[in-house]
Design a protein around this ligand. Sequence first.
Ligand code: GLA
Length: 674
Amino acid sequence: MDRLTRVPGLLYGGDWNPEQWPEQVWAEDVKLMAEAGVNLVTVGIFSWARLQPGPDSWDFGWLDRLLDLVHRHGIAVDLATATASPPAWLVRAHPGSLPVTADGVRLEFGSRQHYCPSSPAYREAAVRLTRTLAERYRHHPALALWHIHNEYADHVEECFCPASAADFRRWLRERHGTIEELNRSWGTAFWSQHYDSFAQIEPPRTAPGPVNPTQLLDWRRFCSDALLALHRAEKAVLDEVSPGVPVTTNFMSMLKALDYWEWSRHEDLVSDDAYPDPADPRAHVNAAMNYDLMRSLKGGRPWLLMEQAPSAVSWRPVNLPKRPGLYRLWSLQALARGADGVLHFQWRASVAGAEKFHSAMLPHRGTASRGWQETVGLGAELRRLGEVAGSRLRGQAAVLLDWDSWWALELDDHPSARMRWPELLRPWYAALYERGITVDFLPPTAEPDGYPLLLAPNLYLLDTATADRLTAYVRDGGRLVCGPFSGITDRHDHIHPGGHPGPLRELLGIVVDEHWPIPDGATTAVRLNGTDLRAERWSEWIETERAETVARYHSGTLAGRPAVTRNRLGAGSAWYLSCHLGADVGPVLGLALAEAGVGPELPGLPDGVEATRRHAADGTGYLFLLNHGPDEHRVPLRTPGTDLLTGAEAAGAVTLAPLGAAVLRLPAAAQERA
Ligand code: GLA
């Protein structure tokens, strides 16, 4: 069985910051944890100053006592390396370890994440702390998981200090080899930007006007790599000193700053922090998308929801609590999309510090609170769902996600600044979500063969190798749907020769004559089978070469010209959307889904009900039904099953209250008909 840690069943617990409390409180904590069914707590995330009060003094007594205590209560520990918040003594001894902004402002001590990723002093101290902790606790029976650092790229994702500049130059030398190659790659013939040597290069600090785009793109790549190098330094120590204990670091959902495809190669398991906004009635759609990404990062392996808020957060301008039932529903949603555990920020609500108004599993009011009742209630339900751990789900379609292309797409001085990857992706994802289709994400280097339908909402930066793979996929019978402003540049962010969409031109059977951005607030009609859809942000003057026209522009300068096309190639077809259809993209994707023969997990789902199915290795299915809407719904079932939440047999249909859920165990033989 594919288990995340040695702890059986689903994981339940959260960040515990015991250093904020007198030790007497700990005894109550563990008693209440046991009552709530907590089986894993994350300890030490921000404990550096407490663990190492000075350069050569250590204080482990409290952590020894704490780990012994939780172990006596049968609770396992996700032990943090505590490196996300360096202590004051380190910062004052090495002021150069503080990060510097693009404008040259050195960020002060007094918050957290105040380190320069390329600072040798910070790295040395972080690795030393990691080694000291690993050597002390590697055999502790409470230890089940190592938690490196905390949310890399939170608050600070780049630093422009001299140490970062030197590291950037080293990175550039490795990437480009020679200064001539760098000059070619950066296109420095433009605006007299030629360099004679690497020594002349600086990070892209604030400059009079637009900075060289390839320099900016390389900078993005470098910043992701610089943080990853830090992470790998800690990981190497843990692998060496504490082999066999899995290691993770908490990701931040779909985060621009870090190329999580690359990062996840260095994780033993993927874990994520997710904070959907209770004020947003569509938050669960975005959450589903992030969870699908987390599952995909390790090819479908179960992942861990490392942090969520039991109720309100404290960092939005207005922080709404989760109304009764929402916490449970959203927790089940993570499981429905492949998580094997639900952890939180944090166990006990703080009384001091910037997060004292953040909700916790144990709120300020204590066990009389509504929050505590929900904490205990969810713990009991997760125990009932234990057998789900290790089961997997697979998307019916796949979405291509490429950080390089994301970074390049959002560089300045493009035809429109409104082409932002998350905003292009979200409506496509939502259209599939609403049709009950679960998607997996794929990196551009993947072979998409196993999927009948591949979606590429945007591939601004695209190398010819990826284009060739996509062409082979279509020839072999795949269906590709490609969004606008794709195939534009190569990996140096240079325009592909021969007209847009460059290496996709033959595959898509079209050529772009000119980009035609749509002004803010305006829309252009696109007529599809007699109905008008609204394009926003973006349209293109395209000409079909081999493709057939599926929909035409129906207003504005482009009226009558092709808007959506399809090119049959070999056994498959490649669709092109030359405009951003926003919330109206559904009907077009619906046609492609039908052509690819992709249907929902459970046909006939009422609006607002989400259905996914996980499969255990023995073929047992777990059908998750989640009602995100305000109305009660009856969901028809083709196969009877047992609702693990209630123990009741369900046949014919399941009734879901508003925010209600069911998790049905379906016997292996019934899978095909369910
Ligand atoms: C992040 C951090 C936590 C805490 C929470 C608050 O997830 O990792 O330390 O700050 O946010 O929501």
